[in-house]
Ligand binder design. Structure first.
Ligand code: ADP
Length: 546
């Protein structure tokens, strides 16, 4: 017997209509490429996303056709999020930090029909437009009078001119909620990039889940600053969850330096922010150098790579901002776990609480996870056993766009689990701790050493700005850890002093064999350390005494 409730499809267009209807006058504030601060509202964004929808219909794009963006976080990008997906076309957010050859490759692979770009990325478009035959229109996200006259790009139009002739009324279509809504390519640190293709259903379920109290706890009273880019896994879903709850949105545009981000937090009374550790590192550096304090910021989600303990400490204890450490990936839309304390932790000592906050958190309802040994045997949740992490759930990838082979691992019941490539422990309370990417784990004498742990200790040293740990071949132990570090400007520390700093903080055999001082460490397009590149750079390196 079927239930007797309405079977409305879960569609992204319902979010923007809801925000318009219930939170129409709530502000959306953007720092623009032009440098000024632009203010609009959910009502205006909704109206203009309907103009986008009408414009796309006139372009005669088919259902499921791809519209790409090469853009910072801002209101026009938000309008495209709703205008494109709401009509049943697919929003393809391209990461502008990738190499232009890779951007061209991705554009062709996705078969993008329209490309909308911020003027900061004009040089990229000038370089690639001739190699992207599927793109029939290039749209610069600017006013008509800002359109460069002699760009050399055929079929170039300004966004404002493109939408201005269209009506702001539109009847969003209803269709199967499993239809594709947006796509995002992984950074492709190994091989060619691969795309996760999200559906309206997966996005809507992720949106509901991400706003829950023990997840991002977002509400209509929040002023939300997604520093995490809208071109990187949909800014962790915030453009959608902010509409779901009617929060104010504050977009940083291209200005991600510490001073600009801090100023925006203060002037726009931001209560909740989200970003990767490197961005917060810059902002904390600016605050410490200038003796600044927050007056409104209450919570910040930090993820994308492991949040160093010193950062959690600074936010929590120096500035009174709660850190929500989160783990996820492009293939998970991206949220998998988020770290909030349980009641029983609230009476614990600060050190014990810190040990929990360092973990990546508990699974969000909707995500099931397990850790397995190399034979696929499920390992216990005891906080000690560490194994390959597999996940399943309604917003977890089933296959890549144009994927040739099935990436899932089947269990005895035939259920498909996505192998994350991460190595983790899970404790009895369900807290996940990522110890490594499986390809980065250091295997020493049959035991595993977590490169994240080695790096966290190094960056806790006041003279160290950045650290990356890699395994180096060793005749007896197979591999031994070596930590590559970049010093804080003007700071000094010797190899011996840094190694002595590890004493008592980790098991003796997990202390690195050597320290390599470097001017910089290679970082990829999503802010993560490129370990493969680092290994290449150190290919001639030999351990001391060998
Ligand atoms: P890509 O796979 O394209 O590099 P993602 O942003 O999808 O980009 O990266 C996901 C990976 O980032 C995870 O599989 C994990 O290795 C790492 N990661 C994400 N969040 C954390 C975190 N809080 N701590 C440690 N690693 C993390």
């Amino acid at each position: 017997m079927l239930g007797l409730m309405q079977d409305q499809q879960l569609l992204i267009s319902s979010l923007i209509e809801f925000a318009d209807c219930h939170h129409g006058d709530t502000e959306i504030v953007s720092r623009r490429v032009e440098g000024d601060i632009h203010r609009t509202t959910w009502r205006e964004v909704a109206a203009r996303s309907r103009q986008v929808a009408n414009a796309l219909d006139q372009e005669q794009l088919g259902f499921g056709d791809r519209v790409a963006t090469l853009a910072w976080n801002g209101y026009r990008h938000l309008e495209l999020y709703y205008g494109v997906s709401g009509t049943g076309r697919v929003l393809h957010t391209v990461n502008p930090r990738l190499h232009p050859d890779q951007i061209a490759w991705i554009t062709n692979h996705a078969e993008d029909e329209i490309m909308c770009f911020d003027l900061s990325f004009l040089p990229i478009v000038q370089q690639i437009h001739g190699e992207c035959p599927t793109v029939k229109k290039w749209i610069a996200l600017c006013d008509a009078d800002k359109l460069p006259a002699d760009s050399g790009i055929p079929k170039l139009e300004s966004y404002e001119a493109w939408i201005s002739t269209h009506s702001s009324t539109y009847d969003w279509p209803s269709f199967d909620e499993n239809s594709a809504s947006s796509m995002c390519y992984t950074s492709g640190t190994t091989g060619n990039p691969k795309a996760a293709l999200y559906s309206h259903r997966s996005t809507m379920l992720h949106t509901y889940a991400s706003a829950m109290p023990d997840v991002m706890a977002m509400s209509a009273r929040d002023s939300v600053l997604p520093v995490v880019p809208m071109f990187h896994v949909n800014a962790w879903g915030i453009p959608y969850s902010a509409a779901l709850v009617g929060a104010k949105l504050v977009f940083p545009g291209p200005a991600l330096d510490g001073k600009s981000v801090f100023e925006l937090i203060e002037t726009e009374k931001v209560s909740f922010a989200a970003g990767v550790p490197t961005v917060w590192q810059m902002m904390l550096g600016h605050m410490q150098a200038n003796g600044l304090e927050f007056s409104t910021l209450k919570r910040t989600v930090i993820g994308g790579s492991a949040c160093p303990p010193a950062m959690i400490d600074a936010f929590q204890h120096q500035y009174g901002v709660e850190v929500l450490h989160a783990w996820g990936m492009t293939e998970l839309s991206p949220l998998g776990t988020l770290c909030t304390l349980k009641n029983k932790h609230l009476t614990q000592m600060p050190e014990q609480q810190m040990a929990i906050r360092l973990k990546q958190g508990r699974g969000i309802f909707g995500i099931e996870m397990k850790i397995v040994d190399p034979e696929g045997k499920v390992l216990p949740w005891d906080g000690k056993a560490s194994g390959d992490l597999l996940v399943t759930g309604p917003w977890v990838i089933k296959n890549y766009f144009k994927g040739e082979s099935d990436p899932l691992v089947r269990d005895a019941k035939g259920r498909g689990w996505f192998p994350t490539g991460d190595v983790a422990t899970i404790d009895a309370d369900g807290y996940l701790q990522i110890t490594d990417r499986s390809k980065d784990v250091i295997k020493s004498g049959g035991e595993w050493i977590s490169s994240i742990e080695v790096e966290n200790i190094a960056v806790a040293h006041p003279a160290i700005a950045m650290a990356a740990c890699i395994g180096v071949a060793h005749p007896k132990w197979d591999e031994r850890p070596v930590v590559v570090v970049v010093k804080q400007p003007g700071a000094e520390v010797s190899c011996k002093e840094l190694l002595a700093f590890y004493e008592g903080k980790t098991a003796r055999w997990q202390i690195p064999d050597d320290v390599v001082f470097a001017e910089s460490i290679p970082i990829g397009a999503t802010g993560k350390i490129l370990k493969a590149r680092l290994r290449e750079q150190l290919s001639d390196y030999r351990l001391p005494g060998l």
